[in-house]
Design a protein around this ligand. Structure first.
Ligand code: FES
Length: 258
């Protein structure tokens, strides 16, 4: 984990209220795994004081070497500030933090499920899995077409299923239905999205009585990102307490809901 002040290489609104920022990948972030996150500090001074926890979205090779991206929705003052950053502006961030996705070795069929901005870490995960020669099916859900990550920006080998609540793109409904259809097909599943999505997915897992791993990346309300403040505490049904930033953000669904 390291604090870095990084220059924006590229800034764009990709779709709806979703923006992407590209930065050079510093040596200290080179170990970042899909599902790990950074705390990005959004402002020139100490206002706002707290960072915003953002997943590493994906990496690419640019003219200046390896670059990485953050993908985020504008939901408040901090993310609005980030969205206004332009090429040449600087952003301070600390990372990489947390425990990312852990794909099993020697399994082939991978199912990725994203709700809303939960697509952010799944794109880099999909790229890595495809590069390893694995089969990847991605289910992306959004309220409407305006909130759907562009299919053209995914690796061509990824099979994409889109659901929208209003039916304006793909299947009408939520990601739960395709997840239920595909759970039998996959060897391992990964998900990122809001907590109600995870609860619905756990209902499917429990009903199917499968033992397949389903790794969920939680969006906790993180203030420090480093296990100090307890703002991200979650309480598994079996009892105890877990910190999203330190014990996660990746958990097996059963560890939270069983
Ligand atoms: S964000 Fe402070 S303990 Fe997790």
């Amino acid at each position: 984990m390291q604090s870095e002040t990084l220059e924006v290489i590229e800034s764009a609104r990709l779709y709806g209220e979703t923006h992407v920022l590209w930065f050079p990948l510093p040596d200290s972030f080179k170990t970042a795994q899909p599902g790990q996150f950074v705390m990005a500090y959004c402002g020139e001074g100490y206002d706002p004081l707290l960072g915003r926890a953002l997943s590493v979205h994906r990496t690419r090779t640019g003219p200046r070497g390896i670059e990485f991206a953050l993908l985020f929705d504008v939901v408040g003052r901090g993310t609005a500030w980030l969205a206004r950053r332009e090429r040449g502006d600087e952003v301070r961030m600390v990372g990489p933090l947390g425990r990312g996705f852990e794909p099993r070795p020697n399994v082939q069929r991978m199912l990725l499920v994203g709700g809303g901005i939960g697509v952010a870490p799944l794109v880099g995960l999909a790229e890595g899995l495809v590069a390893e020669g694995r089969e990847v099916t991605m289910v992306l859900g959004a309220r409407s077409e305006a909130g759907v990550f562009p299919a053209s920006l995914l690796p061509p080998a990824v099979e994409l299923i889109v659901t929208t609540e209003d039916g304006s793109a793909g299947e009408r409904g939520r990601v739960t239905a395709p997840f239920e259809r595909l759970l039998g097909w996959c060897d391992q599943a990964f998900a990122c999205g809001p907590n109600p999505m995870f609860e619905a997915m756990y209902g499917v897992v429990r009903a199917s009585q499968t033992a397949k791993p389903v790794q969920a990346l939680l969006e906790g309300g993180m203030a420090c990102g480093m296990g100090i403040c307890y703002s991200c505490a979650v309480f598994p049904r079996r009892g105890g307490v877990k910190l999203v930033c330190h014990d996660g953000p990746m958990f097996d669904l059963r560890d939270l809901y069983a």
